[in-house]
Design a protein around this ligand. Sequence first.
Ligand code: GTP
Ligand code: SPV
Ligand code: MN
Length: 591
Amino acid sequence: MATAPSAFKPIAEISPDVASWVASVAAATLPDRIHWCDGSPAETARLRNELIARKELAPLNEKTFPDCHIAYSHPSDVARVEHLTFICSKNKEDAGPNNNWMDPAEAHAKMDALYRGCMKGRTLYVVPYCMGPIDSPYSRCGVEITDSAYVVLNMGIMTRMGRQALERIAAEGGKFVRGLHSIGELDPNRRFIMHFPEELSIQSFGSGYGGNALLGKKCHALRIASYQARTEGWLAEHMLIVGLKNPQGELHYVACAFPSACGKTNLAMLIPPASMPGWEVFTVGDDICWLQIGPDGRLWAINPESGYFGVAPGTSPKTNKNAFDMIRKDTLFTNVALTASNEPWWEGIGAGEPSTDWQRRPYDPKNGPAAHPNARFTVSAVHNPAYTKEAENPKGVPISALVFGGRRREIAPLVYEARDWQHGVLVGASVASETTAAATGAVGVVRRDSMAMKPFCGYNFGDYFQHWLNIGAKLKQPPKIFHVNWFRQGQDGKFLWPGFGDNLRVLEWMLDRVAGRAGAQETAIGNLPRPSDLNLDGLDIAPAVVEELLSVKQDAWRKEVADIRNYLGEYGARTPQAMYAELDSVEKRLG
Ligand code: GTP
Ligand code: SPV
Ligand code: MN
């Protein structure tokens, strides 16, 4: 998409629509200064220095972690807050039981009161950004107004931020998502993350953390975008996008939806096991995927983001060497621990020991883990050794398979294939997973998380399931749909499947199914590989464990089906009948 270069125009004059909105926000919030972000390296350096001077950011060991910094969020502000996140559609029904709802007028009154004068003594940053390649027709732009320099630094890594984005906004006639953010006093009792899908706007107050504050990410690219996507005929999903090239040179892209902290970043940059030589892996995205129906009737995907906001704990050279290597320079760490030599440390890193914990206290195991379980790194995608230029392709990449998955100690087998798109939509809608530290609240509780979008769909899930069915009906070559579970546990509480790089064995079976080469056995819930259909060469795993991983327990699944039926019932008349038809046939096959 051509954008008129205006290098000589003062940045505040590029888009009159943005400028007038900024003026109205400034009149309400009363900042001392207004700074328009141009996205330049000089700007990044200046912001870093300001934060360092205020002791809100600190450089790490310059020799071993050049240009890396650590930031700490408030100890009560370390994760997304689903109970304080609202969809403010005109009709409550349109938000659906999957969301908290507030009347837009009530929400605006509440937020206006919170924002009044909230930026006194602070700088108001104007952050223009583009979600997706700057020249892609599939990309969408937004502007985040924030009083947090930490947010600006993150947005600079996670999005195409600055002058170019503003130029695109101006070229598109001033159509952009308006995101207003203030950290307020970081008081959990004065914290709200409000979404107004019909107004294409977001208002966030009282949190400086991740998905609550980096408004381009979950708020725009999922909650607002999912709403927009429904009206425009595409899909905005919580999916990684990865390219897999087999030793014969065949390249396929797959997109996988797993809930928060359930393995997307890891799968997106996996390293093939030594016993699978010749495979190559290319990361297109690790968290969000926008899917469009291409001119050829296939699904095409872009990653709207340009960086990774990844879970630090568990990242090691053994589990995810690409990620480990990627975060050794130019990386912003949040809520990790530090070693005595000023290097970042977290549980599962596999070396070193913590000296200071994530609350800057001398490390004491009595205080719990050294790094917060939801500690994160922010890093540009180009630092990933598995980065591919295809992440910049304005057309996106064609998708051969969609994969749903959850974190389930029991019931869900290692992998199964849906019979067709419609059955696949039921499989996606039925995803259940144990809650993780990515959101505040209890961890390890199994809940339904349809398409891994429970916290992120900006409208009623019943309508969302129908939208998925509608997309399928329009596809000439729909991708195959699968379900995976890397997290089955044995009696001893240990994971049965080695996971990480070995997950490629499961992906290989999927791609062979796509190519029509791999065998499977039909079961009541879908098609499963027999142990002999999986490439287990060089893997030290007992045959009984493989049997267990690939078993479908009829009794447990009968209960599961009943539970799914209840769940679909929560969406009342909005649940498509086709979903019940699919569920009925699973039930019949279970006998
Ligand atoms: P969000 O960024 O919250 O959306 O998370 P994500 O889905 O990208 O999850 P991520 O890849 O960061 O993994 C979260 C945690 O799960 C990390 O501690 C990983 O080490 C762990 N993990 C990832 N893949 C596997 C796997 O295949 N097996 C096991 N046992 N653990 C895994
Ligand atoms: C998630 O929770 O799914 C994340 C991290 O990817 S956050 O940006 O905080 O939403
Ligand atoms: Mn995520």
